[in-house]
Design a binder for this molecule. Sequence first.
Ligand code: HEC
Length: 113
Amino acid sequence: MKGLKYTAFLAFIFALAGKALGEDMLQLANQKGCLACHQIDKKVVGPAWLDVSKKYTEKDIPQLVNSVLNGSMGKWGQVPMPANKGIVTEEEAKKLVTWIISLKNQQTKQQKK
Ligand code: HEC
């Protein structure tokens, strides 16, 4: 129950901060070279982040942070993601992953408008 409330609270904060936070995060993703392989809503070298957002939930954040830091393969196709350790800190990876996971909520919000 407590966890659920916390998640709802976070979702609320994201809804409020959504736009500003999104712009910050996009800038960070760009600086870190993530956007060379990822786009929000289109598969490029890596999966569309919106698809990543739909496949996982908040509880998968630690696993995804691990994918970003140490690389990942075989989950989305034949192309592996190289490790980004040394490019992003664990804290940055967590911020990015948390934002990526929240993308599906922002889309739902936009569709409701
Ligand atoms: C060289 C290209 C490349 C770069 C740079 C890259 N990615 Fe990826 N990313 C991929 C590919 C390819 C996959 C799919 C891997 C797989 O199939 O397991 C992926 C998968 C992911 C996933 C899903 C992982 C999972 O476990 O399902 C996340 C989240 C992600 N990337 C975030 C990031 C972030 C954040 C950055 C920047 C710090 C980044 N990526 C940089 C190519 C890249």
